[in-house]
Unconditional design. Structure first.
Ligand code: FAD
Ligand code: MLT
Ligand code: ZN
Length: 571
């Protein structure tokens, strides 16, 4: 057994120089996730557009459009149309038919939008649209001819009011880092991106409450707060590109969920624009407010299907001075589990992240990510765990972590490990874990599953999937162990119906049997709209459809996503 190496345990991850997860060199994913917010000439954070262009052009994933027979019975019943226009994505992962009640864009529409938004915020440029039409994985691709960039809630309201009256379908888009095909058009929906609405409106240092526009990039908010001695309660690998409006709309989880919990708890208020243009002002800044139904919760995690989020108010925790990160190796999954139990008990209030990746994920990161080195190079282990702690008292926290690690090693829960000695080392450890999605995207096509499961069962699914797929695919498991959230990914050279048939519905049935969730944090999007019944009862889905019908009677907001297609048609 490798001797324990505590290099030194002080680090400050949040003031670290941000890593760039660079543009794809060799593969066709829209992989330009920025961890560092670069500035454009207007001083605003520049997002994915420029970088993504190259990636989409070099896209080698098959994005097949098909016109013809519908494969899904339910969809066949949905829209009776004379001109069948249907589309399949990533080898049949989702087959949908265009809703014939939607209009198509004409020159009067363009003239109206130009009048409201100004010429330059009505984007028809093909290159820009190519990027906005394709998702980060290169798995989903729409054919929208129009991207609108409103600068105010009033403009969003005018856009939606108009689209509703004209029956023009709309897809709200943020940083376009979503992983379930929710952020891109399926057909020709108008893309509305509130990225230009990126002002911080207020920050109250006493309460830690931040109010900002929905287009603010998560990392920019975190940097702003860092200077005030606070941090965002949410941290994820896509933070340099994703927008807080997108985070709220997906109810994103991320790396600090184990410490700070869900956005359902941290978001105190929001402003949203409904499909008919009505502005709902729910932008409260109160910790406690029991005045009837808490309607803002409807917009947290509804993936742009009920309204466009334009402003948000969020509770932010103080940034603590002592942050430590350990990169550890474990013999087997059982040890990872036990380590989690022990960490909860022994590290208690200082525990801020508990992440894991398996040997195959580690191998992918080492193979496909430039400049990544194994922190434990003497041998490859079956499982790796990252434990982060945050606290106020440096020596207390350091001692606490070190004592915990030594005890865990003596008890055989840890085989080897290192504690980051500085910011750069911590960043390099995080780069491995956070870089796994990018490594997978570089490796080829990927089937992604984001599951909530009882921790003790979780890795069993990865093992069973490996047996099912044998040599035909690489099956990897990583994720937010501390939250019971497994990312099961099946990596293949190209999307392939035969492999998909081996994975689904098996993966959903397996999850459902254990009363797990088929979406822990990524959402339902297009990918799982027809699978929601694996995690929700028919009555619940029906009520969701009724709420959708009430708020968006014409169904213009993010159609084909979230709700099963048959339920939407019946509602
Ligand atoms: P988009 O991808 O643009 O949109 C996502 C959904 O929200 C779509 O349905 C869209 O219609 C809707 N939407 C966007 N903006 C608005 C708005 N203003 N109003 C209404 N609806 C809107 N997710 C996690 O939960 N945890 C992780 O750890 C995590 N890590 C990731 C790492 C990488 C490398 C990548 C590529 C993705 C990761 N994700 C993770 C997924 C993704 O980053 C999150 O879902 C994120 O919250 C999406 O934000 P976005 O601004 O990119 O939204
Ligand atoms: C992560 O935790 O890395 C993200 O949710 C992205 C992914 O699942 O690939
Ligand atoms: Zn995740």
């Amino acid at each position: 057994m490798e001797k324990w190496r505590i290099i030194s345990s002080r680090l400050l991850r949040h003031s670290s120089p941000r890593m760039m997860i660079g543009t794809s060199q060799n593969h066709g994913f829209g992989g330009s996730i920025q961890r560092s917010g670069s500035k454009d000439k207007f001083g605003k954070a520049e997002r994915y557009f420029e970088h993504g262009k190259q990636n989409v052009e070099t896209c080698s994933h098959p994005l097949r459009d098909s016109v013809g027979n519908l494969q899904i019975f339910l969809a066949r019943n949905l829209y009776k149309t004379c001109r069948i226009h249907c589309r399949s994505f990533a080898s049949g992962a989702a087959r949908v038919q265009r809703n014939p009640s939607f209009s198509t864009i004409n020159s009067n529409d363009i003239a109206f939008f130009k009048e409201v938004l100004g010429e330059k915020n009505v984007i028809q440029d093909e290159d820009r649209l190519l990027t906005a039409n394709a998702d980060w994985m290169g798995k989903y691709k729409g054919s929208s001819k129009l991207l609108l960039q409103p600068r105010s809630t009033e403009e969003v309201s005018q856009i939606l009011k108009y689209c509703n009256s004209r029956h023009l379908a709309v897809v709200p888009q943020g940083g376009n880092t979503g992983l379930v095909g929710g952020s891109v058009p399926v057909f020709d929906e108008v893309i509305v991106n509130v990225g230009s609405m990126n002002n911080i409106m207020s920050f109250d240092k006493v309460s830690g409450i931040l109010v900002c526009e929905a287009g603010c990039i998560l990392e920019n908010l975190d940097s702003f707060l860092g200077n005030q001695g606070f941090l965002m309660p949410l941290d994820l690998g896509a933070k340099g590109s994703c927008q807080i409006g997108g985070n709220i709309s997906t109810n994103a989880g991320g790396l600090h969920f184990v410490r700070y919990g869900s956005l359902h708890g941290n978001v105190l208020g929001l402003e949203a624009v409904l499909a008919n243009g009505t502005v709902l002002d729910m932008l409260g800044t109160l910790r406690k407010d029991n005045t009837g139904y808490d309607l803002k919760q409807l917009f947290i995690g509804s993936e742009g299907s009920l309204g466009i989020v334009t402003k948000i108010s969020i509770l932010t925790p103080p940034k603590l001075s002592s942050v430590n990160l350990a990169f550890l190796a474990c013999k087997d999954y059982f040890c990872c589990q036990k380590l989690l139990m022990e960490a909860r008990r022994k590290l208690g209030e200082v525990l801020s992240a508990f992440e894991f990746l398996d040997n195959q994920s580690m191998d992918l990161a080492l193979t496909h990510l430039e400049g990544v080195r194994n922190p434990l190079p003497t041998s490859m282990y079956d499982f790796y765990v990252l434990i982060e702690t945050m606290g106020t008292d440096e020596s207390y926290n350091k001692e606490k972590l070190e004592a915990f690690l030594l005890r865990s090693m003596e008890g055989g829960l840890i085989l080897d490990g290192v504690v980051a000695q500085d910011i750069n080392q911590a960043s390099s450890f995080w780069r491995i874990r956070e870089g796994v999605p990018e490594a997978l995207a570089r490796a080829g096509a990927v089937y992604k599953y984001d599951l909530s499961l009882p921790v003790e069962d979780m890795y069993g699914l990865v093992e069973e999937m490996r047996l099912r797929l044998d040599q035909s695919a690489k099956v990897v498991g990583y994720g937010h162990l501390g939250d019971g959230n497994l990312h099961l990914n099946v990596s293949v050279p190209d999307y392939d119906d035969a492999i998909l048939a081996q994975i689904e519905p098996f993966v959903y049935e397996w999850t459902s049997k254990r009363r797990g969730s088929i979406s822990a944090e990524h959402g339902i999007g297009l990918m799982k709209a027809n699978k929601i019944h694996y995690s929700k009862s028919p009555e619940t889905v029906q009520l969701m459809a009724s709420i959708k019908k009430l708020l968006d009677p014409n169904g213009i907001l993010n159609p084909y996503k979230v709700l099963p297609h048959y339920v939407v048609s019946q509602a």
